[in-house]
Ligand binder design. Structure first.
Ligand code: HEM
Length: 413
């Protein structure tokens, strides 16, 4: 019999979504025995989707726009006006290419090399101390991001930039004073980024990510305005700093799943760290959902989706879809080495086609940095002191409660 899209009982689900957080859509899907349902969020009618099949429906080429699909507060901290995520069709394709052309194998290797160097420098400060990786990594990642973009950190106020870039991510799910403070920091950061763009445009800087953004030609052959170029520069810097969150989660996994991870790394010298990183990306909570508004109408499960309809895909839940992942809740890095990994259900950074869709262009860069960091953590001598290792799911985004503290050995570690 034909599957239909059930409606969730109750008028609006916003409170449930906030209370259950990352698990909300999955919990309701389990109750309804359906991978999709309709409800209201923030009083607006929405269709929620979860799982590999639903992700294919959502990421069908050209079907969704991101415009009007996410709360304005999230957009103004994470992407802002004029950014690639707000474009569609050919304009999007050409802007997206600017990001993708930066992700060559050489530039991914460069990112790993820079991170290793910054990590070694930070180690001089960490040795003999207990640090929370949540607090220690933003500056390491900010220096890495600046260097990768071609901006020498010694000429910059790194703590200020680190505060801005990490607060944009940290406050994306907040309201009230925390959100307003983040918005103020975002404006300060944009002012700084516009200065970088103007400097690149008047000086000799053509290479590196900064040069590429400063001199990019859009679909109509024009350069980006200073404001939009600054937004796109922040679209490179901010998410590189965000990879630090995955590194915190990797340290958590190395500790909590050490019985699995240690022997796995020992017997998979070549690919082990990458596979552990993939399992961290699959299981640890980062982007809960992605919203889309229908651009090209379509029919699915006996329902007509019309232009402007709001659809929300559960990224967290799709990565745990039991229909395609064996023992989906088990931390098992070996699944990423086996042939036939269900790639269309590996959507922590979105899915579908990279060049024409909105899938994250920084996925390979994230994986490269995370792989390097797992190697660095595995080679380091440290203890994990008693602390609260729980990761609350009712908070976007989230951390281990005590920030993943480690006590680093003295001397050469
Ligand atoms: C888009 C997650 C790292 C740049 C996205 C999307 C997600 C995401 C969920 C939206 C996908 C969609 O709309 O369908 C993440 C996570 C990261 C990460 C969890 C790791 C911490 C990066 C990095 C970069 C980057 C390292 C660049 C250096 C972007 C850009 C977009 C995007 C520019 C917009 C793409 C478009 O609309 O076509 N990311 N990302 N991200 N990400 Fe990432």
């Amino acid at each position: 019999h034909e599957q239909r899209i059930p409606a969730l009982p109750g008028f609006d689900s916003t409170l449930g979504f906030l209370r259950e957080g990352y698990a909300f859509i999955g919990n309701r899907c389990a109750q309804l025995a359906s991978d999709t349902f309709t409800t209201r969020l923030m009083l607006r009618p929405v269709t929620c989707l979860r799982g590999a099949e639903a992700a294919d429906v959502f990421y069908h080429p050209g079907r969704m726009t991101r415009n009007g699909a996410m709360p304005r507060s999230v957009v103004s901290l994470l992407q802002d006006r004029g950014s690639v995520q707000g474009l569609d069709g050919r304009a999007h394709h050409i802007r997206k290419a600017m990001f993708l052309e930066l992700m060559t194998p050489e530039r991914l290797d460069l990112a790993r090399w820079v991170l290793a160097e910054e990590w070694a420098a930070a180690m001089r400060d960490w040795q003999g101390r207990t640090i929370a990786l949540r607090d220690a990594l933003p500056e390491v990642m900010t220096r890495t991001a600046l260097r990768w973009c071609g901006i020498p950190p010694e000429q910059e106020d790194v703590p200020e930039r680190a505060e801005e870039l990490s607060t944009m991510i940290e406050a994306a799910g907040s309201i009230g004073p925390a959100y307003l403070r983040a918005l103020r920091l975002r404006h300060r950061s944009e002012t700084w980024a516009r200065r970088q763009i103007r400097h690149a445009r008047t000086g000799p800087i053509r290479d590196g990510a900064l040069g590429r953004v400063a001199h990019h030609e859009d679909a109509d052959g024009s350069h980006l305005s200073d404001a939009v170029a600054a937004v796109e520069l922040l679209n490179l810097l901010r998410p590189i700093v965000a990879v630090g969150r995955y590194i915190v989660f990797a340290a958590h996994a190395l500790h909590v799943h050490s019985a699995t991870v240690k022997p796995f790394l020992a017997s998979n010298q070549a690919e082990g760290a990458r596979a552990v990183g993939e399992e961290v990306r699959r299981l640890y909570p980062f982007f809960p959902v992605i919203g889309g508004k229908v651009r090209a109408p379509f029919d699915w499960r006996g329902r007509s989706f019309r232009a402007g309809d709001w659809v929300v895909l559960d990224l967290y839940g799709t990565c745990r879809d039991g229909a395609v992942w064996a023992e989906p809740e088990t931390f098992d890095p070996a699944r990423h080495l086996a042939p036939g990994r269900p790639d269309h259900a590996m959507v922590p950074q979105g899915g579908g086609d990279l060049a024409t869709g909105h899938r994250c262009p920084g996925e390979h860069l994230s994986t490269a940095l995370l792989t390097e960091a797992i190697g660095l953590l595995a080679a380091m001598t440290y203890d994990v002191p008693d602390q609260d290792l729980r990761i609350p799911l009712d908070h976007f985004p989230t951390w281990p409660r005590d920030g993943m503290k480690i006590s680093v050995a003295r001397g050469r570690a």
